[in-house]
Ligand binder design. Structure first.
Ligand code: SF4
Length: 150
């Protein structure tokens, strides 16, 4: 069967991008629950996210105001990419899985493997940084940072 060379080149380029994506570190997103939730009142969210970004082995780190609102869903659908893993520091893991399921599915991601949900409510800045560090170490120990089961 003959295949158009540009089609083959396109497929090769897509596969290379996918592999490059898989080699990237985990992306960290903090959901700050509008910034008014008492669950985050013990920490300095800016110190926290800057320490995660600068000190920990993540691809990037940033804060979203409310991922479970409609615009949060739209954001996730736009942002998430297949072949990547996302550590989300926010509310309870079971709540995150319910709320982000559709956006992960739309982006061809498996919520059970590609989302690493972490509860960082009711902790200090230091405790939250340590919780993220511990989770990253667990992932690294388990599978070298490539496959994660939440
Ligand atoms: S995803 Fe969780 S932490 Fe974020 S706004 Fe919704 S309930 Fe709050």
């Amino acid at each position: 069967m003959l295949l158009c060379s540009s089609l083959v080149e396109g497929k090769i380029a897509t596969n290379m991008m996918y592999m490059a994506d898989q080699e990237k570190k985990i992306g960290f997103i903090m959901c700050v629950c509008t910034g008014k939730c008492p669950g985050f009142s013990k920490m300095d969210i800016w110190d926290f996210i800057n320490r995660v970004r600068v000190e920990l082995p993540v691809e990037y780190g940033f804060i979203h105001p409310q991922l479970c609102e409609e615009d949060g869903d739209r954001f996730l659908s736009d942002f998430l990419r297949p072949g990547r893993k996302y550590l989300i520091g926010a509310c309870a893991p079971n709540m995150q899985k319910k709320m982000f399921r559709d956006a992960f599915k739309q982006s061809n991601l498996d919520i059970e493997k590609d989302l690493i949900p972490l509860d960082i409510r009711d902790v200090t800045t230091d405790e939250a940084v340590k919780a993220v560090q511990k989770k990253l170490e667990e992932i690294e120990k388990r599978d070298g940072g490539k496959k994660v089961d939440g």
